[in-house]
Design a protein around this ligand. Structure first.
Ligand code: FMN
Length: 194
């Protein structure tokens, strides 16, 4: 397989509430991902992107977007080769904000890998993660098996709001990123018919 240039990785938060803690984790995994030279990394904070509830009149498959915010979101996701979703768990499921952001688009997600970094209480966001897999596979995305799941994550955020991972989290993030690199290169070949 011919090795291609830099893989574009977009890291997406999943929550938008005032004082959301997911952004601390997202910043940490963004910095960690930037350590890998093969990745060009961008953090997409859904709170800042501020998409309304999905209100496009046509099915996203048609790409007949009416609103500028959708066109901008489409361009952002289209240029990505792979994703990391920093996923909270709300009521044993995925937060509405990330489902909404996914539902806006269709072709832009196709044949791209997604790594999940979930967080929560005792479950570490695993139920949310399982739900996410069902949704992303419908869009022909590949949710990679190697995940980072963080139970009692808030105990690892210091008084300055900075996430302080333990050794197990660091190791599992490294394993996840190594796997994401493989899938990202392979699925780029798939999309380009190589
Ligand atoms: C509406 C709501 C529902 C929640 N449901 C769960 C849950 O099912 N499982 C869990 O582990 N934590 C749950 N929590 C606690 C969250 O893990 C915690 O508040 C976390 O900080 C949410 O992510 P955020 O700060 O990025 O919004 C819930 C929190 C909220 C606000």
């Amino acid at each position: 397989m011919q090795k291609n240039s830099m893989q574009k990785i977009k890291i997406i938060t999943s929550t938008v509430r005032e004082g959301s803690k997911g952004i601390s984790l997202a910043r940490w995994i963004t910095d960690k991902t930037k350590e890998k030279e093969c990745f060009e990394v961008e953090l997409l904070d859904l709170a800042a992107i501020n998409l309304p509830m999905m209100n496009e009149p046509y099915h996203p498959k048609l790409k007949n977007y009416q609103f500028n915010y959708t066109k901008k979101w489409s361009k952002t996701i289209d240029e990505a080769d792979a994703f990391i979703i920093v996923l909270a768990e709300y009521n044993y499921g995925m937060p509405a904000a990330i489902k909404n952001a996914i539902d806006y688009l269709h072709q832009e997600w196709q044949y791209k890998p997604v790594a999940i970094m979930s967080y929560g209480g005792v479950s570490g966001g695993l139920r949310s993660s399982q739900m996410m897999k069902q949704v992303v596979t419908t869009l022909n995305m590949m949710p990679i098996a190697q995940q980072v799941n963080i139970p009692f994550f808030d105990k690892k955020i210091d008084e300055k709001g900075v996430f302080q991972p333990d050794e197990i989290i660091v190791k599992s993030a490294e394993v996840m990123l190594a796997e994401l690199e493989k899938w990202s290169e392979m699925m780029q070949c798939m999309r380009e018919g190589r």
